[in-house]
Design a protein around this ligand. Structure first.
Ligand SMILES: [Ca+2]
Ligand SMILES: [Ca+2]
Ligand SMILES: [Ca+2]
Length: 192
């Protein structure tokens, strides 16, 4: 059985080790560690098993969907907030096709988050302001900026009929195609 003197020495020895780790915050490199819990706050256990000062990395932009718009107060770290006047919050940070002033696509979503789903007819100055159309899903459809009304409009890509079997008169035209339930009407193959 351990006597009182031995108990005291053992207690002192453990206390000395504990205190040396706990109070040498200015020089943590001296102290070995197995994991971060062995080091002071603000230090980590490196691969040499010594406590090392944590250097903060660059501030992160909270942009989970990668559309360059972030969420929450930390969005000031996003490039758009740093380099442009735009610093609006991403209304849906799980969908890269939904962000402030996004070109409205015919996809059943409110891409620009203005409260209206698939409102293709948004103001524009050029076709660059209008959404691109997936040619696989919507062959023969294009969204252009009407030069007169300055409104994005979906139309058939061509007014010319192709193929010997095309009806006469040619029904291909440039009238506006309406987006319904996330899809444009099918364009006949002889108009594509
Ligand atoms: Ca985002
Ligand atoms: Ca919209
Ligand atoms: Ca849409």
């Amino acid at each position: 059985m351990m006597n009182h003197k031995a108990s005291f020495l053992l207690f002192f020895a453990f206390s000395a080790v504990a205190c040396s780790i706990g109070f040498n915050i200015d020089d943590p490199q001296k102290f070995s560690c197995d994991d971060k819990d062995d080091c002071e706050s603000g230090y980590f256990c490196n691969t040499s098993n010594t406590c090392e000062v944590e250097t903060p990395g660059p501030a992160k932009c909270p942009d989970a969907d990668g559309d360059k718009y972030g969420v929450g107060p930390d969005r000031v770290n996003c490039d758009l907030c740093k380099t442009q006047s735009k610093c609006e919050e991403d209304p849906d940070d799980t969908d890269p096709f939904i962000f402030p002033n996004a070109p409205e696509e015919c996809d059943g979503k409110d891409n620009d988050s203005d409260g209206n789903i698939d409102n293709i007819g948004t103001p524009c100055n050029s076709a660059n302001d209008c959404a691109a159309v997936d040619p696989t899903a919507n062959p023969g459809v294009v969204i252009l900026c009407n030069p007169t009304s300055k409104i994005c409009e979906a139309t058939m890509r061509t007014t010319i009929c192709f193929g010997a079997d095309a009806p006469d008169p040619c029904p291909c035209n440039s009238s506006v195609l309406n987006c319904t339930d996330g899809a444009f009407p099918e364009v006949p193959a002889f108009c594509q």
